[in-house]
Design a protein around this ligand. Structure first.
Ligand SMILES: Nc1ncnc2c1ncn2[C@@H]1O[C@H](COP(=O)(O)OP(=O)(O)OP(=O)(O)O)[C@@H](O)[C@H]1O
Ligand SMILES: Nc1ncnc2c1ncn2[C@@H]1O[C@H](COP(=O)(O)OP(=O)(O)OP(=O)(O)O)[C@@H](O)[C@H]1O
Ligand SMILES: [Mg+2]
Ligand SMILES: [Mg+2]
Lengths: 223, 223
């Protein structure tokens, strides 16, 4: 479903060049459940943003569903990002002026879903992540872990085929974190492909494959 | 150093009242190292914001260094917040247009520290949290865990007597998280009072006292 060959990502800071991803070779088959582990600053979010077509590599090939992403038009990229990929951001990226329910409805608005169905689906997903009582709260009226769960609900409400979650349990206590992982495992049993970045080895163990990243270099770990 | 009696915090959401802290009785002696554990949404950050004088309780007594906080003038409250308390926010609250170094210098500017000493102290603290190579990066040029460590450095640079850290290791891998806890333990050996909110039992064990919070009610755990 997804293949990366010799992916390099370099940032320019003033005059200095910093290479954050160094010849990453990585492929994902449909229906896999992968965890990406690695220290702070090692390149996990940078890799995830490229997988999710939110950022372009400096060089290398990235083939998604048989197409080289570099050759895709912006309209097609936007379609893939909205319809096929669900992205849980490390810092949630919720819209501050919208309620929890409105934040989760947003991707359904872009997908052209009618209002009645939209509200029902958004509410159902928020109940699934344990926030049935918080539909009207805006982000600054929610705790950190509640905001994170709104971000998870928003990523899942379009029933994406690929779910990319950047540290989805970072702000959650152990019990709530495991509930979210049970939800991801259920979605994976339905056939969805899941990639999770995490620092927590216990969370990583839910995956069928663990990939480690250190200083921009990837290595596979038998799982 | 700090005593709370029958602290209640209630939020008004439209017509509904929601009581988040229910008659919290809690005191902290100078030099203690306390961990606050509890599930997502249980009231930890709400309690911490009241301890740090960033928010007022709906009712109850809060005596800090012998003064009832309600009777303090805004100028005195601001002085306490700047000089005596170091606050690590759950979502970092870094200023997006300033570099890591400038973000850490900010509290020293408010404290009237001269430029040369300010830059030296800010740089030293960033080196201590492992970010010596990232002084010029702005927040959007830093990873999640790197931003968190800038927020930690900013809270510690004024050498506060009380350090309040809301989930300071949430975005960090285990090794980096333990390095930060070593830094907190060192500061505690110097006599500083430390209160940490965390979801991670391993991190909580660094404290000399563990307090659990569930649905707005506090209970002490023998540690
Ligand atoms: N826009 C940018 N400009 C310059 N450097 C950047 C930029 N974005 C990220 N970096 C650097 O790239 C490196 C990798 O960042 P990345 O966010 O991928 O790390 P990470 O593995 O997700 O870390 P964390 O676990 O802390 O979230 C970091 O050292 C960071 O400082
Ligand atoms: N401004 C507000 N208006 C209404 N409700 C609020 C407001 N701020 C917080 N709450 C509610 O108060 C409760 C406690 O929030 P708090 O942020 O203290 O939790 P927490 O224990 O820090 O959780 P987490 O571990 O997820 O960060 C939550 O249910 C939240 O929805
Ligand atoms: Mg990251
Ligand atoms: Mg909180």
């Amino acid at each position: 479903i997804l293949e990366m060959k010799d992916i390099v990502k370099t940032y320019l800071m003033g005059e200095e060049e910093q290479t954050v991803l160094k010849n990453v070779n990585f492929s994902i088959n449909e229906g896999e459940f992968i965890s990406i582990l690695g220290p702070s600053g090692s390149g996990k979010s940078t890799l995830m943003n490229i997988i999710g077509c939110l950022d372009m590599p400096t060089s290398g090939e990235y083939i998604l569903n048989g197409n080289e992403v570099k050759d895709l038009e912006e309209g097609e990229l936007a379609r893939i990002r909205n319809k096929e990929i669900g992205f849980v951001f490390q810092q949630f990226q919720l819209l501050p002026r919208l309620s929890a329910l409105q934040n989760v409805e947003l991707p359904l608005i872009y997908a052209g879903v009618k209002e009645k169905e939209r509200k029902e689906r958004a509410q159902e997903m928020l109940i699934r992540v344990g926030l049935g009582e918080k539909l009207k709260n805006r982000p600054n009226q929610l705790s950190g872990g509640q905001q994170q769960r709104v971000a998870i609900a928003r990523a899942l409400v379009t029933h994406p085929t690929i779910i990319l979650a950047d540290e989805p349990t970072g702000a959650l206590d152990q019990k709530t974190g495991y509930q979210i992982m049970d939800l991801f495992k259920e979605l994976n049993r339905e056939g969805r492909t899941i990639v999770i970045i995490t620092h927590d080895e216990n969370i990583a163990k839910n995956a069928t494959r663990i990939v480690k990243i250190l200083d921009g270099c990837l290595s596979e770990v038998a799982s």
